[in-house]
Design a protein around this ligand. Structure first.
Ligand code: VGL
Ligand code: ZN
Length: 194
């Protein structure tokens, strides 16, 4: 069952995950179609600004050698190295000054895929009166999945808008949607895009 697209209003937060150069066209860990989400995300940012609700932007922010990199025995090519060009947000992403920036993946020895695990973000959002979150960004089968599952555990009503995300692997994306739905995430797919 597809969920209706929610409209951002008081008590909500917009969470934009890892819309960084290395996950976009020409990047070290390119996610197919990633650049297409930027206009969708920018429109949601405008909606969030108009509604006066918190906007969170996470960034993958790894040390030069990181457990998740192939050279260190991990699954991924080196990506989003702290202060590198690839770690920058997509140049067309329009984040407001007051966006809450969350860095993750800073520990050398283990990966941190969820923006809501060990970042203090859940408590911070609760202090701001947030009860419902809308999650978009990269990648659907990794960071979006893990963040959405943690969000449900943190008892936020959790929505993921598929038009604002893309998966690294198509089967991973389908699997992520199933896992999220089972966990109680409202997966909004009215635009029929994964
Ligand atoms: C991510 C792979 C490696 C993500 C981060 O943010 O989805 N994916 N590091
Ligand atoms: Zn990473």
């Amino acid at each position: 069952m597809a969920s209706e697209e929610m409209r951002l209003t008081s008590g909500d937060a917009l969470i934009v995950l890892d819309v960084q150069r290395d996950f976009c066209a020409g990047g070290a860990l390119e996610v197919s179609g990633a650049d297409k989400i930027v206009s969708v995300v920018n429109e949601l940012i405008r909606e969030a600004v108009a509604a006066g609700v918190p906007i969170v932007a996470s960034r993958d922010w790894h040390p030069t050698s990181h457990a998740s990199f192939r050279d260190c025995g991990g699954p991924w090519p080196a990506h989003c190295v702290q202060d590198s060009a690839g770690a920058q947000f997509h140049p067309d992403l329009r984040l407001p000054e007051r966006a809450i920036i969350v860095s993750k993946g800073e520990l050398i020895e283990r990966d941190q895929l969820s923006a809501l695990n060990g970042t203090g973000l859940a408590a911070r959002l609760r202090r701001l009166g947030v009860r419902r979150v809308l999650i978009v960004g990269l990648a659907l089968d990794v960071c979006v999945l893990e963040t959405a599952l943690d969000s449900v555990s943190e008892e936020f009503e959790t929505h993921v808008r598929l038009s604002g995300t893309r998966a690294i692997a198509p089967e991973g994306g389908r699997d992520a949607v199933e896992k999220m739905r089972k966990a109680g995430v409202f997966v909004e797919d009215s635009q029929d895009k994964i």
